[in-house]
Write a protein that binds this ligand. Sequence first.
Ligand code: MN
Length: 250
Amino acid sequence: MKILLSNDDGYNAPGLCAVRKALQQFATVVTVAPEINRSGASNSLTLDQPLRLHDRGGQVYSVNGTPTDCVHLALTGLLDYEPDIVVSGINAGANMGDDVLYSGTVAAAMEGRFLGLPAIAVSSCSFGLEHVQSAVRAIELLFTRMTDFPDKTDTILNVNVPNLPWQAIKGFQTTRLGRRHKAEPVVNATDPRGHPIYWVGPPGEEQDAGEGTDFYAIHQGYISVTPIHTDLTRYQALTETSDWLSKINE
Ligand code: MN
């Protein structure tokens, strides 16, 4: 198996280094990841400047771009073969509910969604990565059965691992994405020249976090695995929208 590894925290982030070692048991691993921390980059591509690649040795490359740039570049020109799977992470911090809209970790995985095996985004639910080895163990277990995964059509598995020692984790649970309340307000400040500046504030509190959601699984001590895809069509609204448009067409 050939694995393409990326992330959004940067090519030398501790979470990525920890999982790279583990994945090398299963396959050839090539890493293409951002030069610096690009958390929150979502699915953005850099179109206004060239991308530059640095060979960091040991099959590790850094790119002066976003997580999506990295995987896109790897799959469309850098590698002379097609990897079997993209793994993104291990991110420092959870990516649950609405977080996936902003997440560069999920975006990097998403860019590798059509490879045949499900792309995997892995996050540890702590910015400090105290229990990163639990997330490493989770990925190792997933990889022991990866080629059995039934749905080969553009699936991304969004995996969140509780910030707990491995012995305290209860197992894997299939979940749906929960939802957060509206984000906290921006943080206002003033720059040294007296101009107003703003820091994007923290994400909102959990709103839809009941049984079945990723938030709930994590609170109960389970590893949350949410299968996601990129089709944003709101199928429930197709008929209503069509009825509404037909009146405009009259
Ligand atoms: Mn990140």
